[in-house]
Design a protein around this ligand. Structure first.
Ligand code: AMP
Ligand code: ZN
Length: 116
């Protein structure tokens, strides 16, 4: 999709530190890492968010989750990790190309959310 940041990374028009790639998905380091390991895993095909994903996206969505442990272990998170998929306005999704954050490292990542 034109003017989509992550589509530009898929197309190689914007650089990224790619840590895994296959025909369907791309994983690269987050530019502003929040933990020792912080990787974004995206479908190469533009899907805006989980709110717009459809039945034809089931395989690629499954692949993102199925590859998460391999990616996390390879990046230095051998003992678990957290997957976060911010979605839409309430989920405070900033980049409107679906992406799974994989966050981890040697230490536990902390509480899931703070109660407000
Ligand atoms: P979200 O709030 O879930 O949409 O997260 C967007 C994430 O994209 C943030 O963690 C940003 O640090 C990350 N990000 C933004 N631009 C880039 C980029 N050019 N390369 C890698 N990560 C990026
Ligand atoms: Zn896109």
């Amino acid at each position: 999709m034109i003017d989509c940041l992550f589509c530009k990374i898929v197309a190689g028009k914007i650089p990224a530190k790619v840590v895994y790639e296959d025909e369907d998905i791309l994983a690269f380091n987050d530019i502003n890492p929040l933990r020792a390991v912080h990787v974004l895993v995206i479908p190469k095909k533009h899907i805006t968010s989980l709110a717009t994903a459809s039945a034809e996206d089931v395989l690629v969505l499954g692949k993102i989750l199925a590859k998460a442990n391999e990616i996390a272990v390879g990046q230095g998170s051998p003992d678990g990790f957290r997957v976060i998929i911010n979605t839409g306005r309430v989920g405070q999704q900033e980049v409107l190309h679906l992406h799974a954050h994989i966050v981890g490292g040697a230490e536990p990542v902390g509480p899931m959310l703070k109660r407000i």
